[in-house]
Design a protein around this ligand. Sequence first.
Ligand code: CMP
Length: 138
Amino acid sequence: MSQRTLAIIKPDAVERKLAGRIIQRIEDEGFTIRAMRRVHLTEQQAGGFYAVHRERPFFASLTQFMSSGPAIVLVLEAEDAIKKWRTLMGATNPANADAGTLRKEFAESIERNATHGSDAPETAAFEIGYFFPGVDLI
Ligand code: CMP
């Protein structure tokens, strides 16, 4: 069944001008881009997005990083899009990412890991709604 997921090209990748290459990979893998915009989050907005990680030791550093520069947020659609996008990204920690994945190729560290993807249908619904009103999803 066709599914949607929220993807982020994070500030580390945008800063290094990797957005074009990442978007090309997204299209090459057969995703349809349903929505896309460039955002520069405040620390508070980054905290709202990552609220599930509030108690984690890396939360403050993560929200600082995610608000350090512009990011690109996208809604991707495909069969089994959540899993498919997570497979294309590779493991959170690039040291554990498989060859050929985006994080293996582009991530600098477990935090500056180039991309984000929703991890479940409920998370995808929250994350898509965080950035895109339904009217923009065409
Ligand atoms: P992401 O998939 O966006 O989900 C949470 C983010 O927290 C993760 O990618 C990393 O950018 C960041 N992070 C930093 N340290 C860790 C850690 N030790 N474990 C998991 N995520 C981390």
